[in-house]
Ligand binder design. Structure first.
Ligand code: CTP
Ligand code: MG
Length: 250
């Protein structure tokens, strides 16, 4: 099988603004249904959080990486970072009850001078370096970048086990991470959400609610999120496929 590879952003001068990263790994994985937290589940022998951190660390334009861990698991994350010799990790901090709270805690752990930040789910281990570069490139032009995929299944609204309405699929998109932001904009969006009580598991939505423009870019089909146990098999298959793509491109 041959899949086209995303264009690499190519070499850029060192003067380009660095983008910091929050790796979100503080969830409880309630839908995953296993004793292992899904951020630690192994794919081809390496935990999901390790794959995620490593992909970002490999990108020249990435500055400091902060891992937001589930309270009590910070030690395990630090041990994994050492064992796998992961570079660029500036801090491991405890997250909160909701993803929004965890991101807020992560944003506070960023250096005050941070100009750009990407926020990524530790549960998306198949993200590619080319895609990360594409996000950083877009941040040179706009304050917020969100990758989306068109919905493929027919979508309906349901209530008490009955079809309530068919939703127009063409107007619906599925949102992925990494999402990229100018740090002051996403900080402001989270502050505003705290004040107004607006809640969302999606950072782009908070920035949109602030009235800022959010640029949509095409996501990657292979950048799946591990939600249910069987998603691990899908993610492992995509990793194989991506390795093949890289080999084909060499
Ligand atoms: N996340 C987080 N802090 C939370 C909740 C989620 O950092 N309080 C992270 C998760 O670790 C995951 C990402 O956000 O990497 C996406 O969230 P999701 O897929 O919903 O993970 P969980 O909340 O852990 O899973 P579930 O919703 O099934 O409980
Ligand atoms: Mg969740």
């Amino acid at each position: 099988m041959h899949c086209r590879r995303r264009e690499s952003a190519g070499d850029r001068p060192d003067t380009m603004t660095k983008t910091d990263v929050l790796i979100m790994a503080a969830g409880s994985g309630s839908r995953f249904g296993d004793d292992t937290l899904k951020q630690f589940v192994e794919l081809h022998g390496r935990p999901s959080v390790v794959w995620s951190v490593e992909r970002f660390a490999a990108v020249d334009n990435v500055g400091s990486i902060i891992v937001v861990a589930r309270p009590g698991s910070e030690g395990e994350v630090k041990r994994l970072i050492e064992d796998h010799r992961l570079k660029k990790v500036g801090d491991v901090v405890a997250g909160g009850e909701t993803r929004q709270q965890s991101v807020w805690l992560g944003l506070q752990a960023l250096d005050a001078s941070s100009e750009q930040v990407m926020i990524h789910d530790a549960a998306r281990p198949c993200v590619t370096t080319g895609f990360i570069e594409a996000i950083t490139k877009a941040l040179a032009e706009v304050p917020a970048v969100v990758p989306v995929l068109p919905a493929t299944d027919t979508l309906i609204r349901t209530e008490i086990g009955e079809v309530e309405a068919i939703v127009d699929r063409a107007r619906i998109a599925q949102v992925q991470t990494p999402q990229g932001f100018h740090t002051r904009v996403v900080r402001r969006a989270h502050e505003r959400a705290l004040t107004t009580g607006f809640e969302s598991s999606d950072d782009g939505s908070l920035v949109h609610a602030l009235g800022e423009k959010v640029r949509i870019i095409p996501g990657e089909r292979t950048n799946v999120k591990i939600t249910y146990c069987e998603d691990v098999l899908v993610a492992e298959s995509f990793m194989e496929l991506l390795r093949q793509v890289v080999k084909d491109g060499d």
